[in-house]
Design a binder for this molecule. Structure first.
Ligand code: PLP
Length: 390
């Protein structure tokens, strides 16, 4: 199919899920401000509240405990503050961050730098639980917040959130879980993960870009320090007229995710396995990061040794295949992935790391084509390298 592009970068952002466009457009056509008392306002409010129910069902919290934000980055900044009350006791002292966290967690939190402890990942890509226990033992009576994602955006590795949460809670701490890549792909939510706070992003699950949510899982917990103050929207935790269209679309995407999550996990998992088997046929020396660890069904992070990721990425883009090197947020910067670094991957291998992330629109034909093109492009790059200079 001339001009047909194969998009394998769903962890960066996903196309709109079925039904979302219609809901977003209908909301854009609504006049009212959700805070107004007249009918137009009430209609807009109803749309926001319906979406709140829908997102809450995915997050596993009551609707009254959802706070809409401009995305996961803002959600992380809102949730990761020392100013949290738990059962009336105010304030947390230390932030423990797992080595694989997204930059919005690593850099976007509101703790003083001297109060942040980083815990590395194991070679398999999960948080090192022995190192976590050591960090908890060193707290010396101080109260800790653990930031641990449900699944990693680069490798797809699923984190042992429940186990880590039990460890942290035994030391009087709480867990804030970035469920951005996981919520729509695996059967987990705030309850099953045992997370006190969860956060989500709409555009990773087929909603519009620029909307996300904090889900307060623990009923005894309150965030005391909003980022935006003003009109009192979102229980005074996030002032500003709501992004009604974005929120409504987020609700529709959450409903769709719950409907297809199990079947898509099976379908995409099979495609991902075919992709990985094909890559290994192309080059038996290939490294697939986190291969031996439970991973999201849609993600493959791999390195063809000696094949610089940026070179392959650009060549594949010209051939109609969209992959990514590391996370989208850090592409453009030629810096080895911090996630792989935390897993102990040497920089020379990390520089070869590419990510393919599948989604609702990925077909078996796409995978076949992608493998054929990767093989052809990799051979071309190798041949060019072998050719003596004229
Ligand atoms: N957390 C993870 C795991 C992500 O993959 C991303 C997006 O790249 C984010 C957070 C940030 O999400 P948003 O684009 O909504 O700010």
């Amino acid at each position: 199919m001339p001009g047909h592009r194969i998009y394998l970068d769903h962890n960066a952002t996903a196309p709109l899920a079925p039904g979302v466009r219609e809901v977003v457009c209908a909301a854009l056509d609504m006049q009212g401000n959700p805070s107004s008392v007249h009918r137009e306002g009430r209609n807009a409010r109803a749309m926001v509240e319906a979406a709140r129910q829908q997102v809450a069902a995915l997050a596993g919290v009551p609707a009254s405990r959802i706070v809409f934000t401009s995305g996961a980055t803002e959600a992380a900044a809102l949730a990761l503050t020392p100013q949290i009350s738990l059962k009336g006791a105010k304030g947390f002292d230390i932030l423990i961050v797992a080595g694989g966290e997204h930059p919005c967690v690593r850099e976007g939190h509101r703790f003083a730098a001297e109060n942040v402890v980083t815990v590395p990942l194991t070679a398999g890509g999960i948080v090192d639980l022995a190192a976590l226990e050591k960090a908890l033992d060193g707290l010396d009576g101080r109260r800790a917040v653990l930031a641990l994602q449900a699944a990693n955006n680069e490798t797809g590795v699923i984190q042992p959130v429940r186990t880590a949460a039990e460890m942290v809670r035994a030391h009087g701490g709480i867990v804030v879980c970035d469920a951005v890549q996981a919520a729509h792909r695996i059967d987990e939510n705030a309850v099953t993960l045992g997370a006190d706070i969860l956060f989500l992003s709409a555009h990773k699950m087929g909603g519009a870009k620029g909307v996300g949510a904090v889900a307060l899982g623990n009923p005894a917990l309150e965030i005391d320090s909003p980022l935006l103050r003003g009109g009192g929207q979102e229980r005074s935790l996030r002032a500003g007229t709501e992004n009604v269209a974005g929120i409504a679309g987020f609700g529709a995407a959450a409903v769709h995710a719950l409907q297809v999550r199990a079947s898509e996990a099976t379908r995409q998992g099979a495609l991902r396995d075919t992709f990985e088997a094909g890559l290994r046929e192309l080059d038996p020396e290939i490294t697939i990061f986190g291969k031996a660890t439970p991973r999201l069904p849609n993600t493959t992070a791999f390195a063809l040794p000696g094949m610089a990721a940026e070179t392959l990425l650009i060549a594949l883009d010209l051939e109609g295949i969209a992959l990514s090197s590391g996370s989208a947020c850090s592409s453009g910067k030629v810096r080895p992935s911090q996630v792989l670094e935390s897993m102990g991957v040497p920089p020379e291998l990390s520089r070869c790391a590419l990510r393919a992330s599948l989604g609702l629109d990925t077909t078996a034909h796409d995978i076949e084509q992608a493998l054929e093109t990767i093989g052809r492009v990799a051979r071309r790059i190798t041949d060019r390298r072998m050719k003596p200079a004229a």
